[in-house]
Every structure is written in structure tokens, then in C-alpha cells.
Design a binder for this molecule. Sequence first.
Ligand code: KIV
Length: 271
Amino acid sequence: MSVHKEVKRITTHILQEMKNHGEKIAMLTAYDYSMATIVDNAGMDIILVGDSASNVMAGHETTLPITLDQMIYHASSVVRAAKRALVIVDLPFGAYQGNSKEALNSSIRIMKEAGAHGVKLEGGIEIAESISRILTAGIPVMGHLGLTPQSIYKFGTYTVRAKQETEAQKLMEDALKLQELGCFAVVLEKIPARLAQEVSASLQIPTIGIGAGQHCDGQVLVIHDMLGINKGFKPRFLRQYAGLYDIMNDAIKNYIGDVKAKSFPDEKEQY
Ligand code: KIV
């Protein structure tokens, strides 16, 4: 039995009820109006305007280059499309690490200029002050622990995090701290499934996993990855639900062929 079937808009309270009732939460990224329309109409609970836009939309190697203005542009397009899903927006690298005032100002811009419903920040205890300050303004905050791509140059690789006991312990402490501060959910990225299970059982708020196993309260994927638009990206955690690269490539080749062969447009396709 779904706890949210008839609702007009998914809220953080509904997400909490979903966890309480054991109903899994579905989250997917989107960065533009057309994709977000499809995602929202399909019944997604949360649309994440991830800073993965830096990779899949802009072609950067990491998430670091995307700016707050660019995130606001993507987010405002998604918000216009999302009639039912909760829209959460990543605070990009450099828009919150400076101090808590900067974190609050960046979050206010996202809420005011894009019309988003909440923000996501990477990190634990180190960013506690920023999280508290954003929450004080009434802005819902989603945490993000484990593999935090904005720190890629500190980690050096995108491999599984928190395999060692000390890092696992720190992650558990961070998760409890995020809950204590008032975050409404926490993303757990690329950590052992057993650790994600323990964290999910220890927290009252929902955990949303990516590469963190089946015991998280919800799952998130990057839309370009799960639709098979990024052909070369096939980590173990990724289930590809379509092969859009090949479908689009065939369609585009057919179009080129038709133009060259002078078979498009035909008589019925002109005025
Ligand atoms: O930016 C993003 O898409 C994310 C998800 C991978 C959780 O943060």
C-alpha cells in the first residue's frame, strides 16, 4: 500500500512516512525541462538537480567546475516541469565551503531564483554549522556521505568508500550528526551494503543509496547513466534500463541518410 499515491506534491514529511511504512523512495537526477517532465510524469518521488550536470550536461571530468548560476539555471528548468516530485538541488563546489553565511546565501538563491524545495550538501560534521544555518532559514537539507565527488582530489579515486573500520565509524557518526542537526534525508554513495544497512537501521530519517546496496530507504541514479546515454560508464552498481545511446545514434544516422538521399522532407512534409 502506497502512502503517497493521491498527494499533489511529495514533501519531506511524506518521505519520512514512506520510511516509517517501509515504502522505498525513488530519486533520479534531471537537469532540463523536457527530461524532468518525463521523470515527473512517471511518478518519481524526488528529482535531484545534481552537480553531476557538470559531467553529463557540460562534459567536465569532475563536478567541481559547475557554478551556482549554472545550477540555478538547470534547477529553474526542472522546477517548471515538476508538478509532483520534490525538487532538491546540489549546492555546487565553492558555494558553501567558505563559511555558513555563504552556504545560507547560496541556498537562498537556489530557493528564491530556481523555486527549488531543498538543497543537498556533501560532508558531515565539518559542515555542521552551515547545515544548521541553512535549516534556520526553513530550507530543507539533504546530506551526502560516503563518496563525495566534490572531494575527488582528496580521495584520488572513485572507488568504494568506508571499507576500513575507522572510516566506517566516522561515516556512522556523521550520519547521526546530520540527523541530529535536522537533515530530512541522507544520500549514501558507494559504500559497503552492510554499512549502509547499519546506517539505515540506526537513522530515523531516510537514507538514499547510490552504489550502497538494497537496504537503503531509497535509491538514486544519474538519469544519463540509467538510460544508457553514457555508453562507456558501467560501474557494478548501475542498472541500465535502456540503451538510448544506440537508439539516438541510429535515429540521427537515419536522418542524415534521408537528408543526403533527398528523401526528407517529402511532399507530405512540406507546405
Ligand atoms: O550530483 C549527483 O548526481 C549526485 C547523485 C549521484 C547522488 O549527487
